[in-house]
Design a protein around this ligand. Structure first.
Ligand code: GDP
Ligand code: MG
Length: 173
């Protein structure tokens, strides 16, 4: 299929303070802010595997309750970036709940996801090991990236990885 002007609706999920709002800016994605509401949205155009991709990124506020707004963006997202901070075990525990929450709305586990453990520059404050992240990603059957927005490390890879997961799913019969 020609990915021509394909737009990808990406939703960022995760506890407060893990780095969701700085990540899109501390990448090389050159995002533009298109909406400043209770939740922010960014748009950008990148090339991934030599095919253009318009990213439509929704940055959520990460309330723990199951709000109507969350249900709405979980319905609209084509792929999800589930973020936690490697320095915050509680955020990892929250990350482990999202697949079930997405399932409650979408009634399928076949939703493209990537798991992101951010803030690896703060190694001395690490509370979540790489292995734990990998194990959760395995359970989620999704890609896993340890990132540092502060060091601009691996952020693009996480977004690219998600677009690849969406494309992979679409190419399946
Ligand atoms: P959000 O609540 O998930 O949107 O988190 P923010 O994007 O607002 O980030 C919360 C705080 O963590 C801010 O002070 C960021 O500067 C900081 N932060 C985000 N990513 C990193 C990172 O990779 N390393 C470090 N050291 N700080 C980070
Ligand atoms: Mg935020």
């Amino acid at each position: 299929a020609s990915g021509g002007s394909r737009e990808y609706k990406v939703v960022m999920l995760g506890a407060g303070g893990v780095g969701k709002s700085v990540m899109p800016f501390l990448s090389h994605l050159n995002v533009n802010v298109v909406l400043c509401f209770s939740e922010d949205a960014y748009k950008t155009q990148v090339r991934i595997d030599n095919e253009p991709a318009y990213l439509d990124i929704l940055d959520t506020a990460g309330q723990a309750e199951f709000t109507a707004m969350r249900e709405q963006y979980m319905r609209g997202g084509e792929g999800f970036i589930i973020c936690y901070s490697v320095t915050d075990r509680q955020s990892f525990q929250e990350a482990a709940k999202f697949k079930e929450l997405i399932f409650q709305v979408r009634h399928t586990y076949e939703i493209p996801l990537v798991l992101v453990g951010n803030k690896i520059d703060l190694e001395q404050f690490r509370q979540v090991s790489t292995e734990e992240g990998l194990n959760l990603a395995q359970e989620y059957n999704c890609g896993f990236f340890e990132t540092s927005a502060a060091l601009r490390f691996c952020i693009d890879d996480a977004f690219h990885g998600l677009v690849r997961e969406i494309r992979k799913k679409e190419s399946m019969p």
